[in-house]
Design a protein around this ligand. Sequence first.
Ligand code: KIV
Length: 279
Amino acid sequence: MHAFLKKTMSVHVQNSRMTTAKLRQMKANGEKIAMLTSYDFTLASLVDEAGIDILLVGDSASNIVCGNQYTLPITVDEMIFLTKGVVRAAQHALVVSDMPFGSYQVSEEEAVRNAIKILKESGCDAVKLEGGEEILPAIRHMVQAGVPVMGHLGLTPQSVNQFGGYGLRAKEEAEAEKLLHDAQLLDEAGCFSIVLEKIPAALAARVTKAVSCPVIGIGAGNQCDGQVLVLHDMLGMNQGFKPKFLRHFAKLADVIKGAVGDYIDAVKESSFPSEEESY
Ligand code: KIV
């Protein structure tokens, strides 16, 4: 290929990629941001082709991919392994990888070291971590080191044992005020975006207005700058899970079980493979 053409094409590819600056611009323009989780190349390719703005390799992989009850067991190396596949799939979306429990709480230095490891080894664009004021020093160090950071407040599943469950957060005045304060601190520390999970819609709307960075909600009403859902949940693959905030945009569990049932029948009755499907 001609060198000029190659350069033009690579510039075009780079320009079509989502960036943290474009996300800020979207907030300024009032254009909503769509984010979904992904954990593997094949599904991430489809989600990216469909035009998603942000692909989150969530530590919900611990539940969705590994079948654990909690997000706590997943490791940095496991997150890197999954994130690599999603990065290879992403032609347009910004790829964010969750920092797993224990990878940023011990010390600021360890937090920065792990964030850089995730960025370098997986090739993702940014990391996400859960918490407010208590992890602010780690966030400041990461931002200073050039790591784009997405915050996460409200229901933070890595703290499930502290909360004692997955209920609605910040219902009471004191917790709501702390959350608003935390969001302002994360914004000032340079987070390029903040996820708000399972909090009252009115509080999420206040936070969204109070911070300069884009706010992405899950179970946080529709006044946020964008929305995120777990891909397998919104595709209706995770049958037992239907909290109030979740909408099933498809019923893939039925589609998959139907197709697998048809395959089993075809094998059992020897109608698969047919002559046309044989060599
Ligand atoms: O791990 C995850 O999937 C998340 C989203 C629910 C925001 O953190």
